[in-house]
Design a protein around this ligand. Sequence first.
Ligand SMILES: [Zn+2]
Length: 390
Amino acid sequence: MTVFDDLVGQDQATAVLSRAAAAAGEVVRGGRGAGMTHAWLFTGPPGAGREDAARAFAAALLCPDGGCGHCDQCHQVLIGSHPDLESVRPEGLSYSVKQTRELILRAAGAPRQGRWRVILFEGADRATESAANALLKAIEEPPPRTVWLLCAPAPDDLMITIRSRCRLVNLTTPATEAVAHVLATRDSVPWETATFAARAAQGHISRARALAMDEGVRRRREAVLSIPRSLTGVGECVSAAERLVKTAEEEAAAATAVLNESETSELRKLYGEGSTGKGLNRGLVRGGAGALKELEDRQKSRATRIKRDSLDSALLVLVSFYRDVLAMQFGAGVELANDDIRFDLDQLAKASTPEETLRRIDAIMLCRERLGLNVNPQMAVEAMMLALRP
Ligand SMILES: [Zn+2]
C-alpha cells in the first residue's frame, strides 16, 4: 500500500509523482536526485482530486519510505498536522500579497524533520496579481529543501511566468467504472450501491464514497433532487429555498463534527493525554493547551467554509438534474447522473424546452456566483428557485 493508492484513475500522474518522490529520497540521502523539481502545479476539474494528489505527494516527500501510507509521517500529512507541511487555502475570494509574503517567509525555513519543507497552496489561481508576483520570486529562487505544490483548475489560471516554472501534473475526471471499482474493492460497498454512488457523484471520488457509505448524505441528495417538482408556486419556491439552505447547513454540521472530533483526539494523543480523560486541558503536556486553542480557531473558520461548500455542492446536484433533463431532451445517449429518478427527469424533459432547461442551469450558476460574492444565501437561493419555477 502507498499513499498514491487512493488516487483513482490517475495512473499517469501517479507514475510521475512516484518517480519524483524516489528522486527526492535520493536528494535527502545526499544523491543528485535527477527529476526532482521544487515547484509543481496540480490541475484538473473539481472532484478529480487535485488536493488529494498534492497531499499524497507531500506524504511521499516527507515519509522515510516514500509514502508508505501507514507510518506517523504519512498519517500526519494526511490529517494535516505534519510540522513540515504548510497547507494554504484562500478563505476569501483572493489571496493577498501580505499573506503570500508571510507564507514565503515560513516556507524558507529549514525542514524541521530533515527532509523537505512542503507548501501546499490550494486555489493558487486566487492569488492577487501582486501576490502572484511575490510567489513567482519565491519559486524562482527556492531554498534547497522547499517544495511548492500549487493547485488550480487549469494551467491558464496562473501567470505564464509561474506556470512555466512549475512541473505540471494534470488530473482527469475518473470514469464511473473506476470509481465504482474502488468503492466495491476497498470500501466493501455492494456493487449496485457502488455504481449508483459513482454515477451520482460524476467521478467525484470523495462525494461518491460519502454517498455510498452515509445514509444521511443519500437522504440529503434525495431532498435536493425533489426540489424541481415541488416548485409549483411562489410560496413553494420560498420554502424550497429555506429547505435547501437548511439541508446544506445540516450537511456542514455533520462534516464539521466528524473532522473536529478526530483532529482534537489526535492532538490530545500527540500531547500525551489518554482519549478517555475528561476536561480538555488537564493532563496535556506543556504547549498542548495553546495548540488546542489554535486548532479550535482553525476549526471555526473551516466550519464557515464547509457551510458555503455544502450549499454549493447541493447546487451542483441541482445542475446535474437539469443537465440530465437536457440530455434527454436532446436524446443524447449519455450516462445520466440521476438515473435513479429517471421518471422525474423524463416528465420535465417532455414538459419543457431545451431553451428553458438551459435558462434554469444559468440561474443556478448565477446563484453560485452570487454566493461566492457573499450574498445572503436565503436571498440568492430564493431568486434562483423563482427562476427554476415552470
Ligand atoms: Zn509513510
